[in-house]
Design a protein around this ligand. Structure first.
Ligand code: 0WD
Length: 256
Protein backbone atom coordinates (compact mmCIF):
# COMPACT_ATOMS: atom_id res chain seq x y z
CA UNK A 1 0.00 0.00 0.00
CA UNK A 2 1.37 3.39 -0.97
CA UNK A 3 1.65 6.12 1.68
CA UNK A 4 -0.91 8.45 0.06
CA UNK A 5 -3.10 6.01 -1.86
CA UNK A 6 -6.68 7.29 -2.35
CA UNK A 7 -5.69 10.77 -1.18
CA UNK A 8 -6.29 13.90 -3.23
CA UNK A 9 -3.82 16.78 -2.96
CA UNK A 10 -4.36 20.40 -3.97
CA UNK A 11 -0.95 22.03 -4.38
CA UNK A 12 -0.38 25.80 -4.51
CA UNK A 13 3.03 27.15 -5.58
CA UNK A 14 4.44 25.18 -8.50
CA UNK A 15 6.24 27.80 -10.59
CA UNK A 16 8.85 25.56 -12.24
CA UNK A 17 10.48 22.15 -11.91
CA UNK A 18 12.81 23.75 -9.39
CA UNK A 19 9.99 24.81 -7.07
CA UNK A 20 9.77 23.17 -3.68
CA UNK A 21 6.12 22.51 -4.55
CA UNK A 22 7.38 20.53 -7.57
CA UNK A 23 9.43 18.26 -5.27
CA UNK A 24 6.37 17.81 -3.07
CA UNK A 25 4.12 17.05 -6.06
CA UNK A 26 6.66 14.55 -7.37
CA UNK A 27 6.89 12.65 -4.09
CA UNK A 28 3.14 12.77 -3.43
CA UNK A 29 2.53 11.38 -6.93
CA UNK A 30 5.09 8.65 -6.24
CA UNK A 31 3.23 7.78 -3.04
CA UNK A 32 -0.07 7.41 -4.92
CA UNK A 33 -1.83 10.75 -4.39
CA UNK A 34 -4.02 12.29 -7.08
CA UNK A 35 -2.86 15.86 -7.74
CA UNK A 36 -4.35 19.23 -8.68
CA UNK A 37 -2.00 22.17 -9.21
CA UNK A 38 -2.61 25.90 -9.16
CA UNK A 39 -0.52 28.55 -10.88
CA UNK A 40 -0.12 32.27 -10.32
CA UNK A 41 -1.11 33.61 -13.77
CA UNK A 42 -1.06 32.82 -17.49
CA UNK A 43 2.73 33.26 -17.58
CA UNK A 44 2.95 29.92 -15.74
CA UNK A 45 -0.03 28.18 -17.36
CA UNK A 46 1.67 26.04 -20.00
CA UNK A 47 4.57 25.10 -17.76
CA UNK A 48 2.30 24.03 -14.91
CA UNK A 49 -0.04 22.13 -17.26
CA UNK A 50 2.97 20.20 -18.60
CA UNK A 51 4.15 19.49 -15.06
CA UNK A 52 0.68 18.29 -14.04
CA UNK A 53 0.54 16.03 -17.11
CA UNK A 54 3.87 14.49 -16.10
CA UNK A 55 2.11 13.52 -12.85
CA UNK A 56 -0.91 12.07 -14.71
CA UNK A 57 -3.13 15.04 -13.88
CA UNK A 58 -5.10 17.48 -15.98
CA UNK A 59 -6.40 19.35 -12.93
CA UNK A 60 -4.81 22.77 -13.22
CA UNK A 61 -6.32 26.09 -12.17
CA UNK A 62 -5.16 29.73 -11.96
CA UNK A 63 -5.02 31.20 -8.48
CA UNK A 64 -3.40 34.47 -7.50
CA UNK A 65 -3.80 34.31 -3.72
CA UNK A 66 -3.84 38.10 -3.44
CA UNK A 67 -7.33 37.82 -4.93
CA UNK A 68 -9.94 36.39 -2.54
CA UNK A 69 -12.33 35.56 -5.38
CA UNK A 70 -9.69 33.49 -7.14
CA UNK A 71 -9.11 31.49 -3.96
CA UNK A 72 -12.86 30.94 -3.61
CA UNK A 73 -13.16 29.92 -7.27
CA UNK A 74 -10.23 27.52 -6.94
CA UNK A 75 -11.73 25.81 -3.91
CA UNK A 76 -15.16 25.55 -5.55
CA UNK A 77 -13.57 24.19 -8.73
CA UNK A 78 -11.73 21.43 -6.91
CA UNK A 79 -14.66 20.69 -4.57
CA UNK A 80 -16.77 20.06 -7.68
CA UNK A 81 -14.22 17.52 -8.86
CA UNK A 82 -13.40 15.81 -5.60
CA UNK A 83 -16.07 16.61 -2.95
CA UNK A 84 -13.34 16.38 -0.26
CA UNK A 85 -9.78 17.70 -0.20
CA UNK A 86 -7.44 15.37 1.70
CA UNK A 87 -4.25 17.38 1.34
CA UNK A 88 -3.49 21.06 0.80
CA UNK A 89 0.07 22.21 0.15
CA UNK A 90 0.74 25.94 0.49
CA UNK A 91 4.18 26.75 -0.97
CA UNK A 92 3.75 30.42 -1.74
CA UNK A 93 5.57 33.51 -0.54
CA UNK A 94 6.24 36.97 -1.86
CA UNK A 95 7.78 40.27 -0.78
CA UNK A 96 8.94 43.17 -2.96
CA UNK A 97 12.55 42.45 -3.98
CA UNK A 98 13.90 45.76 -2.64
CA UNK A 99 12.93 44.65 0.86
CA UNK A 100 14.93 41.41 0.62
CA UNK A 101 18.44 42.72 1.21
CA UNK A 102 20.53 45.22 3.11
CA UNK A 103 19.32 47.28 6.02
CA UNK A 104 16.00 45.98 7.41
CA UNK A 105 14.51 49.44 7.81
CA UNK A 106 15.99 51.29 4.83
CA UNK A 107 13.50 50.19 2.17
CA UNK A 108 10.76 49.18 4.56
CA UNK A 109 7.32 50.62 3.94
CA UNK A 110 3.78 49.79 4.95
CA UNK A 111 2.80 48.48 1.51
CA UNK A 112 5.71 46.03 1.27
CA UNK A 113 5.21 44.83 4.83
CA UNK A 114 1.51 44.28 4.21
CA UNK A 115 2.03 42.51 0.89
CA UNK A 116 4.60 40.13 2.39
CA UNK A 117 2.16 39.15 5.13
CA UNK A 118 -0.85 38.98 2.83
CA UNK A 119 0.73 36.64 0.28
CA UNK A 120 2.98 34.64 2.60
CA UNK A 121 0.76 34.15 5.68
CA UNK A 122 -2.82 35.41 5.32
CA UNK A 123 -3.28 33.38 2.12
CA UNK A 124 -2.96 30.17 4.16
CA UNK A 125 -5.74 31.35 6.48
CA UNK A 126 -7.93 32.30 3.56
CA UNK A 127 -7.41 28.96 1.80
CA UNK A 128 -8.23 27.07 5.02
CA UNK A 129 -11.35 29.16 5.67
CA UNK A 130 -12.70 28.55 2.19
CA UNK A 131 -11.69 24.89 2.09
CA UNK A 132 -13.04 24.12 5.59
CA UNK A 133 -16.37 22.62 4.41
CA UNK A 134 -14.44 20.15 2.22
CA UNK A 135 -11.88 19.00 4.79
CA UNK A 136 -12.26 15.54 6.28
CA UNK A 137 -9.32 14.13 8.24
CA UNK A 138 -7.24 16.31 5.95
CA UNK A 139 -3.64 17.47 6.23
CA UNK A 140 -2.40 20.94 5.37
CA UNK A 141 1.27 21.73 4.94
CA UNK A 142 2.99 25.08 4.43
CA UNK A 143 6.63 26.12 3.97
CA UNK A 144 8.65 28.21 6.39
CA UNK A 145 12.28 29.18 6.93
CA UNK A 146 14.62 29.65 9.92
CA UNK A 147 14.33 33.42 9.32
CA UNK A 148 11.02 33.17 11.24
CA UNK A 149 12.98 32.40 14.41
CA UNK A 150 16.30 34.16 13.89
CA UNK A 151 17.25 37.48 12.27
CA UNK A 152 18.88 36.18 9.09
CA UNK A 153 20.72 38.79 6.96
CA UNK A 154 18.71 39.90 3.87
CA UNK A 155 15.66 37.78 4.73
CA UNK A 156 14.24 40.83 6.51
CA UNK A 157 10.48 41.31 6.14
CA UNK A 158 10.04 37.75 4.88
CA UNK A 159 11.29 36.50 8.27
CA UNK A 160 8.58 38.54 9.98
CA UNK A 161 5.97 37.13 7.58
CA UNK A 162 7.23 33.57 8.21
CA UNK A 163 6.93 34.16 11.99
CA UNK A 164 3.31 35.12 11.31
CA UNK A 165 2.91 32.00 9.18
CA UNK A 166 4.25 29.73 11.93
CA UNK A 167 1.86 31.27 14.50
CA UNK A 168 -0.89 30.93 11.92
CA UNK A 169 -0.13 27.19 11.67
CA UNK A 170 -0.62 26.82 15.44
CA UNK A 171 -3.93 28.70 15.48
CA UNK A 172 -5.21 26.86 12.41
CA UNK A 173 -4.19 23.53 13.94
CA UNK A 174 -6.07 24.37 17.15
CA UNK A 175 -9.09 25.52 15.15
CA UNK A 176 -9.30 22.64 12.68
CA UNK A 177 -8.07 19.84 14.95
CA UNK A 178 -11.39 19.07 16.67
CA UNK A 179 -12.85 18.10 13.29
CA UNK A 180 -9.89 15.82 12.59
CA UNK A 181 -7.77 18.05 10.38
CA UNK A 182 -4.06 18.75 10.82
CA UNK A 183 -1.90 21.76 9.92
CA UNK A 184 1.91 21.76 9.94
CA UNK A 185 4.84 23.71 8.53
CA UNK A 186 8.09 22.45 7.09
CA UNK A 187 10.99 24.81 7.74
CA UNK A 188 13.30 24.03 4.83
CA UNK A 189 16.98 24.80 4.44
CA UNK A 190 17.96 27.04 1.51
CA UNK A 191 17.16 25.58 -1.92
CA UNK A 192 17.95 27.21 -5.27
CA UNK A 193 14.57 28.18 -6.73
CA UNK A 194 13.29 31.14 -8.76
CA UNK A 195 12.06 33.17 -5.80
CA UNK A 196 15.01 32.31 -3.54
CA UNK A 197 17.32 34.01 -6.02
CA UNK A 198 15.47 37.29 -5.32
CA UNK A 199 17.05 37.29 -1.84
CA UNK A 200 20.30 39.25 -1.90
CA UNK A 201 23.35 37.03 -1.29
CA UNK A 202 21.31 33.82 -1.61
CA UNK A 203 24.03 31.90 -3.50
CA UNK A 204 26.54 32.65 -0.72
CA UNK A 205 23.95 31.50 1.80
CA UNK A 206 23.59 28.21 -0.08
CA UNK A 207 27.36 27.67 -0.07
CA UNK A 208 27.67 28.61 3.59
CA UNK A 209 24.84 26.22 4.49
CA UNK A 210 26.56 23.37 2.66
CA UNK A 211 29.86 24.03 4.41
CA UNK A 212 28.46 24.38 7.91
CA UNK A 213 25.27 22.37 8.49
CA UNK A 214 25.72 19.05 10.32
CA UNK A 215 25.11 16.94 7.20
CA UNK A 216 27.39 19.11 4.99
CA UNK A 217 25.00 19.15 2.06
CA UNK A 218 22.17 21.33 0.83
CA UNK A 219 18.57 20.27 1.22
CA UNK A 220 16.77 19.23 -1.98
CA UNK A 221 13.21 19.63 -3.21
CA UNK A 222 12.85 15.85 -2.86
CA UNK A 223 13.93 16.00 0.81
CA UNK A 224 11.05 18.38 1.47
CA UNK A 225 8.72 16.23 -0.66
CA UNK A 226 9.51 13.15 1.42
CA UNK A 227 8.68 14.91 4.68
CA UNK A 228 5.54 16.51 3.25
CA UNK A 229 4.36 13.07 2.10
CA UNK A 230 4.94 11.66 5.58
CA UNK A 231 3.14 14.61 7.22
CA UNK A 232 0.13 14.09 4.95
CA UNK A 233 0.03 10.35 5.53
CA UNK A 234 -1.80 8.53 8.30
CA UNK A 235 1.56 7.80 9.95
CA UNK A 236 1.63 11.45 11.07
CA UNK A 237 -1.92 11.44 12.45
CA UNK A 238 -0.76 12.65 15.89
CA UNK A 239 1.35 15.53 14.56
CA UNK A 240 -0.28 18.95 14.21
CA UNK A 241 0.58 22.61 14.79
CA UNK A 242 4.25 21.70 14.37
CA UNK A 243 7.17 23.26 12.53
CA UNK A 244 9.34 20.40 11.26
CA UNK A 245 12.87 21.35 10.22
CA UNK A 246 14.09 19.82 6.97
CA UNK A 247 17.39 21.66 6.94
CA UNK A 248 20.10 19.04 7.48
CA UNK A 249 20.23 20.14 11.10
CA UNK A 250 21.18 23.78 10.45
CA UNK A 251 18.79 25.14 13.08
CA UNK A 252 20.49 23.28 15.94
CA UNK A 253 23.72 25.22 15.46
CA UNK A 254 24.54 28.17 17.71
CA UNK A 255 25.41 30.51 14.84
CA UNK A 256 23.93 30.65 11.37
O1 0WD B 1 15.38 28.30 -0.07
C1 0WD B 1 14.19 28.24 -0.40
N1 0WD B 1 13.84 28.23 -1.69
C2 0WD B 1 13.14 28.16 0.66
C3 0WD B 1 11.82 28.41 0.36
C4 0WD B 1 13.57 27.82 2.03
C5 0WD B 1 12.48 27.73 2.96
C6 0WD B 1 11.19 28.00 2.62
N2 0WD B 1 10.89 28.35 1.33
C7 0WD B 1 9.49 28.61 1.03
C8 0WD B 1 9.18 29.91 0.33
O2 0WD B 1 9.24 31.00 1.22
C9 0WD B 1 7.79 29.63 -0.17
O3 0WD B 1 6.86 29.77 0.88
O4 0WD B 1 8.98 27.64 0.15
C10 0WD B 1 7.88 28.15 -0.56
C11 0WD B 1 8.05 27.89 -2.04
O5 0WD B 1 9.13 28.66 -2.51
P1 0WD B 1 10.14 28.22 -3.68
O6 0WD B 1 9.82 26.86 -4.13
O7 0WD B 1 11.50 28.55 -3.20
O8 0WD B 1 9.87 29.30 -4.81
P2 0WD B 1 9.21 29.27 -6.28
O9 0WD B 1 9.56 28.05 -7.03
O10 0WD B 1 9.59 30.55 -6.91
O11 0WD B 1 7.68 29.26 -5.93
C12 0WD B 1 7.08 30.26 -5.18
C13 0WD B 1 5.92 30.68 -6.00
C14 0WD B 1 6.11 31.83 -6.97
O12 0WD B 1 7.04 31.69 -7.90
P3 0WD B 1 7.75 33.07 -8.46
O13 0WD B 1 8.97 32.55 -9.12
O14 0WD B 1 6.77 33.69 -9.36
O15 0WD B 1 8.06 33.90 -7.24
O16 0WD B 1 4.89 31.24 -5.22
C15 0WD B 1 3.97 31.70 -6.17
C16 0WD B 1 4.70 31.92 -7.47
O17 0WD B 1 4.34 30.97 -8.41
N3 0WD B 1 3.35 32.96 -5.81
C17 0WD B 1 2.03 33.08 -5.84
N4 0WD B 1 1.06 32.19 -6.12
C18 0WD B 1 -0.19 32.62 -6.08
N5 0WD B 1 -0.51 33.88 -5.77
C19 0WD B 1 1.78 34.41 -5.52
C20 0WD B 1 0.43 34.81 -5.49
N6 0WD B 1 0.06 36.06 -5.22
N7 0WD B 1 2.97 35.05 -5.31
C21 0WD B 1 3.91 34.13 -5.49
Amino acid sequence: MKLLENKKALIFGVASDRSIAYGIAKQMHFHGAELALTYLNERFEKRVKDIAASFDSNLVHPCDVSNEEEIEQTIQWIANQWKEIDIIVHAIAFAPTELLGGDYLEHMNKGGFTTAHEISSYSLTSICKKARPYLNKSSIVTLSYIGAQQAIPSYNVMGVAKASLEANVRYLAACLGPTGNRVNAISAGPIKTLSALAIKGFKDKLEHDKNTNPMRENVTQDDVGHTASFLCSNYAKAITGEVIYVDNGNHILGAN
